[in-house]
Design a protein around this ligand. Structure first.
Ligand SMILES: CC(=O)SCCNC(=O)CCNC(=O)[C@H](O)C(C)(C)COP(=O)(O)OP(=O)(O)OC[C@H]1O[C@@H](n2cnc3c(N)ncnc32)[C@H](O)[C@@H]1OP(=O)(O)O
Length: 212
């Protein structure tokens, strides 16, 4: 039977567990969290801290990392993969996924998302509730689309970008790596790497964590 460990028992972890359970692919689901003493009243057990994973590989063959920090999530996924865990793509049954799209391992796709033809969701992405990713979009590793993000056709998003809740990105735009798009922004021009962009239309307010 397939058994799933989830690293991180916070809010995002709850939704990952709920999504995994809804997908019906796991006979057993449990969490690991470094603050496991605080995590009572979860519908799934919290077995111990994150290091405990290395003792669980014989009992739990799959692992998901439910940590919001994009770089840390990807680093942990790679570490657990090297150790012998399988990394599932966890997809809610209400999501509509084109058979011509690619969803890489370690990614999660929550309820009511639509992923259209030729889209690529790379390693360790979070496609949060009710996002649409249209045809030919390419998302790098560790991208997080917050709830309700809409990407038009052919959008490219670099590694470790975070796109805020309700943002909209028009067709053929490139958002370079490690950038942040603010909640509700409408992006109509390419965004350079390590930028923070907010507003309608989007404007860069920070680069390399400094004001511009
Ligand atoms: C399931 C989940 O919960 S997933 C998580 C969903 N959450 C989100 O999507 C949150 C997205 N985060 C944001 O939008 C944030 O405001 C960020 C990341 C864009 C900016 O955060 P910070 O870097 O801390 O910027 P800060 O708060 O200092 O704001 C800087 C300026 O930008 C403005 N600003 C910040 N965010 C926005 C926004 N989304 N739209 C318009 N203006 C904004 C601020 O008002 C401020 O303006 P001022 O200088 O004129 O006062």
């Amino acid at each position: 039977m397939n058994k799933l460990l989830i690293i991180g028992a916070g809010g995002h972890g709850k939704v990952v567990a709920d999504t995994a359970q809804a997908s019906g692919k796991w006979s057993s689901i449990a969490f690991l969290d470094d603050q496991h003493i605080l995590k009572k009243n979860y519908p799934f057990p919290v077995l111990g801290d994150i290091e405990h994973a290395f003792k669980c590989v014989k009992d739990y063959n799959y692992i998901a990392v439910a940590i919001g920090d994009n770089q840390r999530r990807v680093n942990l996924l790679k570490k657990f993969k090297d150790f012998g865990f399988k990394l599932p793509a966890i997809i809610h049954p209400s999501a509509v996924i084109s058979k011509y799209s690619i969803i890489d391992e370690g990614s999660v796709i929550f309820a009511n998302c639509v992923i259209n033809a030729n889209a690529v969701i790379s390693f360790g992405c979070i496609i949060n509730t009710a996002c649409t990713v249209d045809h030919d979009c390419i998302l790098g590793a560790g991208v997080h689309l917050s709830p309700g993000v809409n990407l038009a056709g052919g959008v490219r998003i670099g590694d470790f970008c975070w796109i805020g809740i309700g943002a909209t990105i028009i067709q053929q735009i490139t958002i370079d790596q490690e950038s942040i798009v603010g909640a509700g922004a409408v992006i109509i021009e390419n965004v350079p790497s390590t930028s923070t962009v907010v507003g309608v239309p989007g404007r860069v307010i920070k680069r390399f964590n400094n004001e511009v």
